[in-house]
Design a protein around this ligand. Structure first.
Ligand code: BES
Ligand code: MN
Length: 460
């Protein structure tokens, strides 16, 4: 009979091997958004399948219309053990801007920092390092007698580009993926010493807008003053989206946005959150966004409208006297509570249309929409996970929110009828999606130990 102590000892003993395996995965350039890396995404999926089959899982690559999924199953020692579905993603964000990386983003390395050792590479924290904490916890049990829970693994290769193939895959594989509980390792700790169970995620809607005016680019001297400039039109629309107090001006945008319950507000106030440091760490000093709200409230419980990129006209070296024919921007909306992503996008399109001057037209390109999510606070698996985390870290975990979005959590609930337990070991300064992404060695090591404890606790 495998014991938790044996598994924990195995994890400690195997740490170097675990890092070597993680580095193997980090070397693969599985950038899902860029078609040039399609073969690398396939290589990452195959890498995982080989790894898992070697461990004793029954694992396979499962093709989709986009990048493949990886699905794997392993049975617990005891037939009556609970069954968990663990989800992670093997794809990563593009590494750009490359010149800001200190070394090759796909040549993982260990770095000694004042706070401890860390792993630097694209995907170190989001999400390869995190998903491997769970795989390594399974390995420790499988090498010392067997798993305490039946385990199904689902690894996706399109999370960073909006999971386009996921809903159809879940619908077509319900029986293969159903379990008692879903678990994810794609969120953060409260701070480097305090674990967190994430119970709130913001929703996300992504929409690109192209504004077109003249039938071709024009000479800005010969036509300037007479011809419409679509960059001006777009810039005005962007500027109109927020009022002077930082509130979003789209009609109906705040429908379904709840005020924070007193009780939750009080809990968040009791957390030791240093606003000045949160901003100071990224070179800022003043909160932007809606005035009069705390930063935790702004990032966990309030919606946003952002422009993620804007292009138009001549952006090369030197100057060019041009009046461009088109301008475009990519918008993202983070949503909370019961905000309806479809209603937000409809309001946004109407807002843009209403601001188009004569001779201008707008094209809208949709890149996905998923609602916000709040998980039940009081559930048996959640209290077991709380105790397991407290045992590992020596402090009670924070029950918190996250400003990020993980659309699958909503889809698992809707399509498979399961709640998700979100425990992650990332830190706010991991620079996910940014140059020099890192994952703390302590996150990787104690994260693996945490999953071992959680699996044992769920099995009772
Ligand atoms: N793992 C992140 C989201 C996250 C990070 C949640 C930290 C909580 C704590 C995830 O991979 C991510 O980046 N999601 C995207 C959405 C996706 C559709 C591109 C996001 O939130 O921008
Ligand atoms: Mn992620």
């Amino acid at each position: 009979m495998a014991s938790l102590d044996d598994a924990l000892a195995r994890i400690d003993h195997n740490l170097d091997g675990a890092l070597k395996r993680l580095f193997g995965l980090l070397e693969i350039r599985s950038i899902s958004a860029d078609p040039a890396y399609k073969a690398e995404c396939a290589r990452a999926a195959q890498w995982l399948v080989d790894e898992l089959n070697g461990l004793g899982f029954d694992a396979s690559v499962r093709p989709t219309a986009g990048h493949s999924m990886v699905v794997a199953h392993a049975r617990a020692q005891r037939a009556d053990a609970p069954h968990v579905l663990f989800y992670g993603h093997y794809d990563v964000q593009p590494a750009d801007p490359l010149e800001l990386w200190e070394t090759d983003p796909f040549a993982p390395r260990m770095v000694d920092a004042p706070e401890g050792r860390r792993i630097v590479a694209r995907g170190a924290a989001d999400d390869k390092g995190q998903l491997m904490t769970f795989v390594e916890a399974c390995r420790a049990f499988m090498e010392t007698g067997g798993l305490p829970c039946h385990v199904t693994l689902l690894f996706e290769g399109e999370e960073e580009c909006g999971s386009p193939s996921l809903p159809a895959f879940l619908a077509a594989n319900k029986a293969d993926l159903s379990a008692d509980l879903a678990m994810l390792c794609d969120t953060n700790m409260w701070n480097r010493k305090t674990p967190m169970i994430t119970t709130m995620l913001r929703g996300l809607a992504l929409e690109e807008v192209v504004i077109r005016a003249a039938s071709r680019d024009l000479h800005s001297g010969l036509f300037g003053g007479a011809a419409r400039n679509p960059i001006h039109v777009l810039a005005k629309i962007v500027a109109d989206l927020h009022d002077v107090n930082g509130a979003i001006t789209l009609p109906g945008f705040y429908d379904g946005v709840p005020e924070l319950p007193q009780e939750v507000a009080a809990q968040w106030r009791a957390l030791d959150f240093d606003e000045a440091q949160f901003l100071g760490d990224v070179g800022l000093s003043q909160p932007a966004g809606e005035r009069g709200r705390s930063i935790l409230e702004l990032i966990w419980a309030r919606p946003t409208c952002d422009v993620n990129g804007i292009v138009g006209g001549y952006t090369g070296a030197g100057s060019k006297t041009v009046l461009p024919a088109q301008a475009s921007a990519k918008f993202s909306f983070r949503m909370v509570g019961a905000q309806d992503p479809e209603a937000v996008l409809a309001s946004f399109r109407a807002f843009v249309e209403a601001r188009l001057p004569p001779d201008c037209e707008a094209e809208f390109i949709r890149h996905g929409a998923s609602p916000a999510l709040t998980l039940p606070f009081a559930s048996e698996p959640l209290s077991r996970a709380r105790r397991a985390l407290a045992d590992e870290w020596g402090v009670e975990p924070v029950l918190g929110g996250s400003g990020g979005s993980i659309p699958i959590v909503g889809e698992i609930k809707r399509d498979l009828g399961m709640d998700a337990l979100m425990v992650g070991f990332g830190l706010d300064d991991d620079r996910i999606h940014s140059p020099n992404e890192k994952y703390e060695l302590s996150s990787f090591h104690k994260g693996t130990r945490s999953w071992a404890r959680i699996l044992a606790a769920l099995a009772g």
